[in-house]
Design a protein around this ligand. Structure first.
Ligand code: GDP
Ligand code: IMO
Ligand code: MG
Length: 430
């Protein structure tokens, strides 16, 4: 039986999921996005050439791989078409290979206006969202007033639902948020003008996935964000508005849970976070600057600097519990090269208690003081190393300790952004 693998971020996003999905599409025949939207930014580097993807699954660079956007994803038609244009301009054929669920919620201009006006109103208490309208779109879905991809095919129905939904949002924009209301006619005209290009991509994604599985083709389910940004399990309210844990793959793609055979948890060799919210191991010193500079830690979507800190075992322990991780991929090991000492947070002090697992909610996490273990660093470069035996001994010890703290085996180690800069310990499809 072919194996289907779910790829999830185990931290606060940007762990390197895109690189790992691209690497695994050597074997997989399809890649499915199941949650999130164009708040995601997944960077792929092949032979030194860089491609950033936001909504398009990270399998698109292999021309024999089909890409699916499931109903759990919130889709801005304008952002999707712009991304397709960018990718096609780079010489990659998207048409015919990208299949968009008819049941995905649309992100429309008023979601962006609401997101940005709400953040402005929150002031210093802002979440630090990507400002792409993600939260308001998911709210409309749950409130059963969303417009969905399939609605683009019926202009009359689209306009009627839009009038109803926008009446509410314009009231909020004008009277609660002191922001400009939007013109329903204009939003409808602008959006329906895109329908012609979106329509050929619309598909019954669950049936296509079922047919692919029946042909014995291995599939990848590509998570966006990370478990600690999950709307239920993350550092609420400093989270995104979808479930980003592995279990969400079944619902958001439209397959049964028995179709998910393995879960790969992607973890950076240190920790980063973009936006506001508690971050126990955050560094404001020279080491933090080293991680930010050497790791080029700037958001691939918003360009915002990412906050950086040491590896956090209690946070990873929570993620492993939530996702049921069968193997880890440790990325950006090379960023630690040259540090005389490397530290791992092994537990938190929380008042009089010691915790070995991230507690729930932002307030509890904000009161966690990291307890560190120190290990000697390594001065040799690990950039591009492809064999475990070629790693400096101290880097090997660091990874072994990380796996021991995580109580999970390491499948792959990434030693650079390029597809080929990868060490294979246990092939995830084996
Ligand atoms: P994603 O959102 O999880 O797909 O991650 P991003 O693409 O947003 O951020 C990860 C960044 O690290 C990207 O710029 C990658 O090219 C880069 N990257 C991935 N793996 C490695 C690695 O092992 N070493 C280094 N130096 N960079 C890496
Ligand atoms: P990838 O898939 C890192 C963060 C935002 C903010 C919070 C809520 O590239 O790992 P939202 O716009 O989703 O309402 O913002 O979530 N965030 C991410 N951080 N990587 C991402 O995606 C993110 N997507 C959202 O910075 O703190
Ligand atoms: Mg990213």
């Amino acid at each position: 039986m072919a194996k289907n693998v779910v790829i999830v971020g185990t931290q606060w996003g940007d762990e390197g999921k895109g690189k790992v999905v691209d690497w695994l599409t050597d074997t997989a025949r399809g890649v499915v996005r199941f949650q999130g939207g164009h708040n995601a930014g997944h960077t792929l580097v092949i032979g030194g050439r860089k491609q950033v993807l936001r909504l398009i699954p990270s399998g698109i660079l292999r021309d024999d791989v089909h890409c699916y956007i499931g109903s759990g994803v919130v889709v801005s038609p304008a952002a999707l078409l712009q991304e397709i244009d960018e990718v096609e301009a780079a010489g990659i054929q998207v048409r015919g290979r990208l299949h968009l669920s008819e049941a995905a919620t649309l992100i429309l201009p008023y979601h962006v206006a609401l997101d940005q006006a709400r953040e402005a109103k929150r002031g210093t208490g802002a979440i630090g969202t990507t400002g792409r309208g993600i939260g308001p779109a998911y709210e409309d879905r749950a409130a059963r007033r969303a417009l969905r991809t399939g609605d683009l095919l019926d202009a009359a129905r689209f306009r009627a639902q839009l009038d109803e939904t926008l009446e509410l949002h314009n009231f909020t924009l004008k009277h609660f948020l002191n922001a400009q209301p939007l013109d329903a006619q204009r939003v409808a005209d602008d959006t329906l003008a895109l329908a012609e290009r979106i329509a050929p991509m619309l598909a019954d994604v669950p049936s296509m996935l079922a047919a692919s599985m029946a042909r014995g083709e291995p599939l990848l389910f590509e998570g966006a964000q990370g478990a600690l940004l999950d709307v239920d399990h993350g550092t609420y309210p400093f989270v995104t508005s979808s479930n980003c844990v592995a279990g969400a793959a079944a619902a958001g793609a439209g397959v049964g849970p028995q179709a998910l055979h393995a879960v790969l948890g992607i973890v950076k060799a240190y920790t980063t976070r973009v936006g506001a919210g508690p971050f126990p191991t955050e560094l404001h010193d020279e080491v933090g600057r080293h991680l930010a500079t050497v790791g080029k830690e700037f958001g691939s979507v918003t360009g915002r600097p990412r906050r950086c800190g040491w590896f956090d075992a209690p946070a990873l322990a929570r993620s492993i519990q939530l996702n049921g991780v069968s193997g880890l991929v440790v990325t950006k090991l090379d960023v630690l090269d040259g540090l005389p000492v490397v530290k791992l947070c092994t537990a938190y002090r929380h008042g009089a208690r010691t915790l070995d697992m991230l507690p729930f909610g932002a307030d509890a996490v904000a009161h966690c003081e990291p307890v560190y273990e120190e290990m000697p660093g390594w001065s040799e470069s690990t950039v591009g190393v492809r064999d475990w035996s070629a790693l400096p001994v101290n880097a090997q010890r660091y990874l072994e300790r990380l796996a021991e703290l995580a109580r999970a085996p390491i499948s792959l180690v990434s030693t650079g952004p390029d597809r080929d800069e990868t060490i294979v310990l246990r092939h995830p499809f084996a």
